[in-house]
Design a protein around this ligand. Sequence first.
Ligand code: C2E
Ligand code: MG
Ligand code: MG
Ligand code: MG
Length: 276
Amino acid sequence: KAERLMAINKHDYYRENKNIAAEKVPLLRELLGSIVKKEFLVYLQPKLHVKTGQIDSAEVLVRYREKDGSIVSPFKFVPLLESEGLISYIDFFVMEEACRLLTKWKNTSLSDMKLALNFSRITLFDDHFFENFCKIFGKYDLKPDQLELEITETQETLNKKQMAYLLKQLKNYGFCIALDDFGVEYSSYEFLMMASFDILKIDKGIIQKYQKSDKGDILVKHIIQMSHAIGIQCCAEGVETEEQFEFMKKAGCDYIQGYLIDKPAAAGQFEAKYIK
Ligand code: C2E
Ligand code: MG
Ligand code: MG
Ligand code: MG
């Protein structure tokens, strides 16, 4: 699809997709070219396991490198690729990169690392998602619990039955699933009950905006207690200060992710730092 769209000239593309803001057309074309040429790359951000003090997992975050070498955040292009139905190319590209890295790390100190991948709801709702996912996974000799799928509930998560079925399939196979961005925008208790999630990720918005207040502290503590009560581990996202870290630790949070531990970095940098 990317190649086909590339062939359409800018004018035609714009005419056929009137809903795309004119200023976004050049970016979209660049992104399409990049998908074809695979000019995306992955960054890794470690997650600290509080109890053991170990970095035993990391989140894989996509980046796009512009011609001048500058790195573009996914906030700038993920929504655009989602609206064009192209995000699955990126999600599966990131998955391949993760599988490749885990394979490369087999005989290193990172051999037991778990990598967390973000999957857009658009990718997840493709009828062939599970099949494609397993096909890629099957190319590598890895344990399924080395991969964690981070899933966000959104307003458009309409087909609950289909989502519940997919999550069950993933769990049965042995993959881990995480509920991402919990506590902001669309995240319901119902969604939480839909599958046996392994991890609940408290969104950084909750931690950064509300944690300073008494009410916010109570809220965070309750989210952690609630997830533990139903057998789910908690990860706090966006922890930037010692104060937030101490609070999370005290509240019993299982995983800490944030700039305080480390910023997301290119795979090579991550390896240099964490392979002992
Ligand atoms: P997310 O999954 O909630 O990822 C966490 C975001 O918080 C990342 O932003 C990360 O860099 C940032 N972050 C981590 N610690 C801190 C902190 O201490 N302070 C602050 N201010 N930010 C922190 P990033 O890498 O820009 O990614 C943004 C979003 O893009 C992700 O949010 C995720 O929803 C999406 N995304 C990233 N990679 C992929 C991908 O491969 N596929 C899809 N579909 N979406 C992706
Ligand atoms: Mg995530
Ligand atoms: Mg998140
Ligand atoms: Mg988030």
